[in-house]
Design a protein around this ligand. Structure first.
Ligand code: SAM
Length: 275
């Protein structure tokens, strides 16, 4: 079926650090599309995007919805999506820009693309450099070594998730841990105490964890604070803090599967390596 509709949507990521982490393809969409619609917290990144775009619509003020009684961040995300779709429906080429990767912990891009496609518009996402990519580089952690679990902190708290303490655990949005109102932009000691209590089922209180905040412009310094799990409730957290929990135990071998694989190697007179 040929798409008859004029409007186009592409969602791009700006990376975490200003300028240097923008991919060439994302930059070309930002420069050439009719309008750039963005929610980017760093003021320098915002100004820099504004300078490149033909027209710029800033979505940051949509967060004020959370100050209205009965409204939460869900209303903010809905209104942001509606603002993007309105421009697409008017037949324009729309570039929606998000910091980091546009599809990681960024429901607006996913909603906008799904809804635009359902209405018959061309819509796609270009990958960007996320906080996780920076974390891997800055902390020198290879998620391939022990495997990795990654989840939103409040989701981890309120659902029965299966945690594997022999793998790396990344908890996002620890700075709003335990906020059930979806209105707050901070957390409090009592929420963090509950988080520590839950994590303590899997990790000892003296387990060393990291508070990670990637620098987002050349004036900032990357934060990598190593603390004991038991001290988390007293730590200073920001909206951008990511909690990194290295494994506390070694992986346990599944001897049954291992022996079966081993037998297939021996059968073929091949030489197994040590694992
Ligand atoms: C709504 S998500 C946005 C993630 C973003 N789209 C990305 O690709 O990384 C916000 C969460 O990302 C993480 N985050 C955002 N900025 C960060 C930074 N500068 N350093 C470390 N983690 C960050 C934090 O866990 C924060 O609570």
């Amino acid at each position: 079926m040929i798409n008859q509709k004029q409007g186009t949507l592409v969602c791009v990521g700006t990376g975490m650090r200003m300028a240097g982490q923008l991919t060439p393809i994302a930059q070309s969409y930002i420069e050439s599309f009719d309008v750039v619609i963005a929610t980017v917290p760093n003021i320098f990144t915002r100004k820099w995007l504004q300078g490149m775009a033909k027209e710029y619509i800033c979505l940051n003020d949509h967060y004020d919805d959370t100050k209205v009684e009965g409204k939460s961040r869900r209303d903010t995300y809905r209104r942001m999506t509606d603002t993007i779709l309105k421009e697409v429906r008017s037949g324009r080429k729309v570039c929606a820009a998000f910091y980091g990767h546009p599809g990681i912990f960024a429901c607006i891009s996913h909603m906008s693309i799904t809804e635009a496609r359902a209405e018959g518009y061309d819509a796609h996402m270009e990958p960007g450099i996320s906080a996780l990519d920076c974390l891997v580089a800055d902390l020198g952690i290879d998620p391939g070594n022990d495997g990795m679990q990654s989840m939103e902190t409040t989701q981890f708290m309120i659902y029965k998730r299966i945690v594997d303490p022999s793998s790396l655990l990344i908890l996002w949005q620890v700075g709003v841990a335990g906020d059930l109102t979806l209105k707050r932009f901070d957390t409090e000691a009592v929420h963090l105490e509950l988080l520590v209590k839950k994590l303590n089922k899997y990790y000892p209180l003296d387990h060393q964890i990291f508070l990670y905040e990637a620098a987002t412009d050349p004036l900032e310094k990357t934060r990598i604070d190593r603390i004991n799990l038991g001290d988390l409730s007293q730590a200073k957290l920001k909206q951008i803090t990511t909690l990194v929990i290295p494994p506390s135990i070694d992986m346990e071998k599944d001897q049954e599967i291992f022996d079966q694989l081993h037998a297939t190697i021996i059968e073929r007179k091949l030489e197994p390596q040590a694992f």
